[in-house]
Write a protein that binds this ligand. Structure first.
Ligand code: CP3
Length: 336
C-alpha cells in the first residue's frame, strides 16, 4: 500500500507522507521552459505529451509521495463550452455564460472535450515514478467553479457576487448542472487511474453561514459521497473558512486540507479525520532555519495524528526548488 493510503486507510502514525499543491508549476525552471513555448494554458492542459511530462517533473526531482495531474479546475467550464483564457499577470478570464446552452451540453460532448486529460492520467499511471505512489485527480468544488463562471475572473480583481447570488433560480440550476458534470469528471479521472480525488474550494471563505450551508456543505457532501462510492479517498480543501469542525461534520471527507490561517493546535483538537497541509508557502521564501522550525511545528502538532504534509496553499512561483528539496528531506527524516 502507498504511504498516503497507509496514512488514510490504516491511520498509520509512523508514515508522514508529503506532496505539495502546485508542485508542478512555475517555481520549476523546466516547467517555465515548456510554458514559454506554450502560451495557451488551456491547450497546454490538453496536450497529451506535455501534461504527463509536466506532472512527472516534480517527481524526478523530489521524493514526493504523490503526483497530481497537471490540469486546472477551470477545465470543467471549458468542457461546458464557456470560453476560458489565462492572461499573463491577470489570471483567468471567462467568457459570457449562456445557461440555456450549458443546459444542453451532452455528457458525451463534455467527456470528449476533456478526454486528453483522461488519456494523460493513463499515461502517467504507466510510469515507474508513480509506482507505490498516489496519482491525485481533482476538481473545483461547485461553489468555486460557479463563482468563476459567473464572476468571470478572480475575486482578487473584482467581486460582485451578491449581485448574482440574488438570482437564486439561476444559481440553483447552475449548481445542479455543475454537480452532474463534476461527478462525471471525478469518475473519468478515477477510471483512468487516479487513486485520490481532491476537491478545491478556494473561495469558500467568501460566504456567510447560510450561504455555506447551501452552496458549500450540501453540494460538497454529495460529491464526497459519490467519490467514496467509487472506492477512492477524497480530500477537501475549503480554503479560508472559519470553522473546519462544522465543515468536517457536514461533509465527512477522508482528509481535510487546512489553510495557513487556522491554528493547527485547535485543528488537532477539533478534527477527527486525517489532516493535510497547513504550512504557509511564504516560509519557503525564507531562510532554511526559519522554514525548518515552522515545518517541525506542524510535524510535532500532528505527531499523534494521521497527517499528510503539504502547504496551506499552492507553492509560490518565486520559490527556490532547493527549498522544496530541503523540506521533503526534512519531512522524510523526521522521526526516523
Ligand atoms: O497542484 C498542481 O500542481 C496541479 C495543477 C493545478 C493547477 N491549478 C495548475 C495551474 C491545480 C490543482 C490547480 C487548481 C486551481 N486552479 C485552483 C484551486 C487551488 C487554488 O489555487 O486555490 C484555482 C482557484 C484555479 C484557477 C486558476 N488557475 C487561477 C486563479 C490561475 C491563475 C493564478 C496563477 O497562479 O497564476 C490558474 C493558472 C494555473 N493553474 C497555473 C498552474 C500551474 C499557472 C499558469 C501559468 O503558468 O501561468
Amino acid at each position: 500500500m502507498s504511504p498516503i493510503q497507509q496514512c488514510i486507510k490504516n491511520k498509520d502514525l509512523k508514515v508522514k507522507p508529503i506532496w505539495i499543491m502546485r508542485q508542478a508549476g512555475r517555481y520549476l525552471p523546466e516547467f517555465r521552459k515548456i510554458r514559454e513555448k506554450n502560451s495557451n494554458f488551456i491547450e497546454l492542459c490538453l496536450n497529451k505529451k506535455l501534461v504527463p511530462e509536466i506532472t512527472l517533473q516534480p517527481l524526478k526531482r523530489f521524493d514526493f509521495d504523490a503526483a497530481i495531474i497537471f490540469s486546472d479546475i477551470l477545465m470543467v467550464p471549458y468542457g461546458l463550452n464557456q470560453d476560458v483564457r489565462f492572461e499573463k499577470g491577470y489570471g483567468p478570464k471567462l467568457g459570457e455564460l449562456n445557461l440555456d446552452l450549458i443546459e444542453k451540453v451532452e455528457i458525451e460532448y463534455f467527456e470528449k472535450r476533456l478526454s486528453p486529460i483522461y488519456q494523460s492520467i493513463e499515461e502517467v499511471k504507466k510510469n515507474n515514478l508513480v509506482l507505490n505512489k498516489d496519482l491525485i485527480g481533482f476538481i473545483g468544488a461547485p461553489w468555486t467553479v460557479l463563482f468563476y463562471m459567473l464572476n468571470k475572473k478572480s475575486p482578487k480583481k473584482e467581486i460582485n457576487f451578491n449581485k448574482f447570488l440574488n438570482d437564486e433560480i439561476m444559481v440553483k440550476k447552475l449548481i445542479t448542472i455543475l454537480e452532474k458534470f463534476l461527478k462525471i469528471h471525478i469518475k473519468k479521472q478515477v477510471d483512468s487511474g487516479s487513486t485520490i480525488i481532491q476537491i478545491f474550494d478556494s473561495w469558500a471563505g467568501l460566504l456567510n453561514n447560510k450561504q455555506l450551508e447551501e452552496l458549500v456543505y450540501e453540494p460538497t457532501k454529495r460529491l464526497v459521497d459519490y467519490t467514496k462510492s467509487l472506492g477512492v479517498p477524497v480530500i477537501c480543501f475549503p480554503r479560508g473558512i472559519k470553522d473546519y469542525k462544522i465543515f468536517e461534520k457536514e461533509t465527512k471527507p477522508d482528509v481535510l486540507n487546512i489553510d495557513y490561517m487556522v491554528d493547527p493546535n485547535q485543528i488537532s483538537r477539533d478534527i477527527s479525520c486525517v489532516i493535510q497541509g497547513g504550512l504557509d508557502p511564504k516560509f519557503l521564501l525564507m531562510e532554511k532555519t526559519d522554514m525548518k522550525k515552522e515545518a517541525i511545528k506542524y510535524l510535532k502538532i500532528f505527531e499523534e495524528k494521521p497527517y499528510i504534509f503539504n502547504l496551506g496553499h499552492g507553492v509560490l512561483p518565486e520559490t527556490n526548488p532547493e527549498m522544496v528539496d530541503y523540506l521533503v528531506k526534512l519531512v522524510k527524516e523526521y522521526g526516523k
